[in-house]
Write a protein that binds this ligand. Structure first.
Ligand SMILES: [Zn+2]
Length: 297
């Protein structure tokens, strides 16, 4: 049985989770390393399926059945290409296994080996030794291979936030510029401001310029129109609840429920805001609040 992660290893997995990079987890044994065997545990197979490899679709007829996939190991300051990994089922019982030739040089028995899959290649990391967030080699690999994806909310915003034809990189750059412009006007140089939804008085760093009408439905000009298209909302929940449509603002400027909360925690956050008067509701913004509401009710 694999042992639980220690705090050093946990800091490493948390780093990957924070930047939303999926990883597989292996814990080779001393014995396995000297016999060139690493068990592909169920957890590791879940990481592989379906995009990378399905052991169950691999013919297992007692003959050689390996599938070879490229692999590199990430060290502190550089990466080293290894011979291709071998994913196979053992001849006798069909056990699912993986082997990375050359890996015993970089990982000891009982240490934790994490695998990333980027650009059709395994990237291996010794999570027991390498401090991920201090590794220039890892940050180089991530910068070159990780494409931020939108749509499933992995950038924290619903589809309606992003413009259709823009690439993720272009969109992010634009959003950053728009945010700077809108916040500047909404805050007017103040170091503090009030959230338009919950009315909390907060330091500027906890406030963002929220689009009232979904950003993707705004023209370039509308996106910069701080009088009618944007409001100051807090990062402590109001921005996300409004953006995802859990709350809307009705024709009288009152916060109302919309999208059904999936958990009690979301429901509690929504309930705390219902019935409040939205501070950004006025003659300029009401049309955009109505558009937002009609899309979410
Ligand atoms: Zn708020």
């Amino acid at each position: 049985m694999p042992r639980p992660l220690n705090s050093f290893e946990e800091a490493n997995t948390e780093f990957l989770e924070r930047i939303r990079v999926d990883y597989g987890y292996l814990q080779p044994t001393e014995n396995g390393l000297s016999n060139s065997i690493i068990d592909a545990t169920q957890e590791f197979r879940d990481f592989l399926q379906p995009a990378i490899h399905e052991y169950d679709e691999q013919p297992w007829d007692g003959k050689t059945n390996g599938r070879r996939l490229p692999a590199s190991i990430i060290l502190g300051g550089n990466t080293v290409d290894l011979p291709k990994a071998n994913l196979y089922r053992a001849r006798t019982r069909g056990d699912r296994r993986i082997w990375f030739p050359g890996i015993p040089r970089y990982v000891g028995g009982g240490e934790t080996l994490l695998t990333l899959w980027l650009n059709d290649r395994f990237w291996l990391l010794n999570a027991s030794r390498l401090e991920f967030d201090a590794s220039p080699a890892l940050s180089f690999v991530l910068q070159n291979h990780v494409t931020l994806t939108r749509g499933d909310g992995s950038l924290g915003r619903p589809d309606s936030f992003w413009g259709g034809a823009e690439t993720d990189r272009t969109a992010l750059r634009k959003v950053r510029a728009e945010q700077a412009h809108l916040r500047q006007h909404l805050l007017q140089g103040r170091a503090h401001g009030r959230c338009s939804i919950c009315a909390a008085e907060l330091p500027a760093r906890l406030l963002v310029a929220g689009h009232i009408k979904p950003r993707s439905r705004c023209s370039e000009n509308e996106r910069l129109d701080y009088l009618s298209a944007a409001m100051l909302v807090c990062n402590l929940g109001c921005d996300a609840l409004f953006e995802w449509g859990y709350i809307v603002v009705d024709g009288a400027g009152i916060v109302r429920p919309a999208r059904a909360p999936e958990t009690l925690a979301v429901k509690a956050s929504v309930d705390a805001l219902l019935g409040r008067t939205c501070l950004a509701f006025n003659a300029h913004t009401s049309v955009n609040f109505a558009t937002h509401a009609s899309l979410n009710l």
